[in-house]
Design a protein around this ligand. Structure first.
Ligand SMILES: *[C@@H]1O[C@H](CO)[C@@H](O)[C@H](O)[C@H]1NC(C)=O
Ligand SMILES: *[C@@H]1O[C@H](CO)[C@@H](O)[C@H](O)[C@H]1NC(C)=O
Length: 323
C-alpha cells in the first residue's frame, strides 16, 4: 500500500517538474526570439553581438581567410539581364547538388538604407541558421558589404548583358516602343527610363556590383567603375554574360561546382526551350550609337566582364590540354 503511494508521489513530482520545465524552457525560448528581434536594429549595441555570437561567429573570430562563405551563394540579379535562367537553374539543381534555393521577397527595391541592408543580412543569416544545408539566395539588390555588419560575405554571382539591349528590353517590356518613338522619347524627351542623369529611373548595372555609396549610382563615374571591378575580383568568382550563356554555364560549373555541377546538362534538357526565341525589338543604328556614347562606363564594365569570362575559359582549356 505505502509502496504504491510512494510511486504515485514520485510520478506526480516527476510530471510536475518536467511540465514546469517545459514552460520555463519555452518561456526562455520566446524571450530569446523577442530579444533577437529587438536588437536587430541596434548595430552599435554590444549586447546584440553577444546574443548573436553563440550561433554565428563574428568575422574577427573567423580570421581573414574566411571573408567569403563558399556554402552561401547570392545572386543579386540585375533586372532585364536574363537572370530568370540562372534562378530556374538554381531551383532545378538544388536536389541534385544538395543545397536549397531561397527566393528573397522584399519587392523591387534595389537601393536599401543601411537599416534595411542590415535587416536583409540578418534575414539571410536567420535562414542559414535554421536550414542545415548550403543555401543560395536571389534578389534584386545593389551589392551589400556584409563585412560592415560583421558577417561573412556570401559567394556573389551575377549575370549581365549588353547595356543597350538591356535598355531596349525594358522599353519594349514597358510599352513596345517603335524605332522613332524610342529615339524621341528616350533620348530627346528623356522619358521611358532613359533619364540616366537625374533621379535614375533607368537602373544602371554598375551599382549592383559597386554598392550603396551614392557615387555608385552616378552615370559614368570612374570611382564607381573601379569599385565595381574591385568587388567583382574579390567577391564574384563568376559574372556571366547573357550573350555568352554557354560559356557562362561552363565557367559556373568549373568555378562553383558545389552549386552548379550539371548546369549545362540541365540547361539543355529543360531550360533552353523555355527561354528560346526571344526577339529583340528593332532599333535604329543612330539610336544605338547615341546610347553607346551615353553609357561609357556601363560599356567599359560590360567589356571587362566579358574578357574576364573568356580568360577564365582560356585557363580552363589550358588546364584540360596540359593533362
Ligand atoms: C566593407 O566594410 C568594411 C568594414 O566597414 C571595410 O573595411 C571594407 O573596406 C568594406 N569593403 C568594401 C568592398 O566596401
Ligand atoms: C549553346 O548550347 C546550346 C545547347 O547545346 C546550343 O543549342 C546553342 O547553339 C549554343 N549557343 C552558342 C551561342 O554556342
Amino acid at each position: 500500500m505505502t509502496r504504491l503511494k510512494t510511486q504515485w508521489m514520485w510520478l506526480t513530482v516527476f510530471v510536475t517538474v518536467s511540465f514546469s520545465g517545459t514552460i520555463l524552457f519555452r518561456g526562455n525560448h520566446i524571450r530569446e526570439i523577442k530579444l533577437t528581434k529587438a536588437f536587430r536594429r541596434t548595430t552599435e549595441s554590444s549586447l546584440s553581438w553577444a546574443s548573436m555570437k553563440h550561433v554565428t561567429k563574428s568575422l574577427a573570430e573567423l580570421g581573414k581567410m574566411d571573408e567569403v562563405n563558399r556554402h552561401f551563394l547570392f545572386l543579386n540579379h540585375v533586372p532585364k539581364c536574363g537572370s530568370e535562367i540562372l534562378i530556374l537553374l538554381l531551383q532545378k539543381l538544388q536536389g541534385l547538388n544538395n543545397y536549397k534555393h531561397v527566393r528573397l521577397t522584399g519587392g523591387n527595391q534595389r537601393f536599401l538604407t543601411r537599416t534595411l541592408q542590415e535587416d536583409l543580412v540578418f534575414e539571410m543569416y536567420d535562414v542559414i541558421r535554421k536550414e542545415a544545408v548550403p543555401l543560395s539566395f536571389d534578389r534584386h539588390v545593389y551589392f551589400i558589404n556584409f563585412t560592415s555588419f560583421d558577417k561573412q560575405l556570401p559567394t556573389y554571382i551575377n549575370l549581365i548583358r549588353d547595356p543597350v539591349d538591356k535598355i531596349l528590353s525594358r522599353a519594349s517590356y514597358k510599352d513596345k516602343l517603335g524605332k522613332k518613338d524610342f529615339y524621341s522619347k528616350c533620348l530627346v524627351r528623356k522619358k521611358n527610363n532613359c533619364n540616366f542623369k537625374d533621379g535614375q529611373p533607368y537602373d544602371l548595372t554598375i551599382p549592383y556590383f559597386c554598392g550603396h555609396d551614392p557615387r555608385c549610382m552616378l552615370l559614368n563615374n570612374e570611382w564607381a567603375l573601379q569599385n565595381a571591378k574591385s568587388n567583382v575580383e574579390r567577391y564574384y568568382p563568376v559574372v556571366g554574360v547573357l550573350e555568352e550563356l554557354n560559356t557562362t554555364l561552363e565557367i559556373l560549373e568549373d568555378k562553383i561546382p558545389y552549386f552548379f555541377k550539371g548546369a549545362q546538362e540541365v540547361y539543355k534538357e529543360s531550360v533552353l526551350q523555355i527561354f528560346k526565341n526571344k526577339k529583340k525589338p528593332p532599333i535604329l543604328k543612330v539610336v544605338q550609337d547615341k546610347l553607346r556614347e551615353t553609357l561609357v562606363t556601363e560599356y567599359e564594365f560590360y567589356e571587362w566582364i566579358k574578357s574576364r569570362l573568356f580568360s577564365q575559359l582560356q585557363i580552363l582549356y589550358g588546364e584540360h590540354n596540359s593533362h
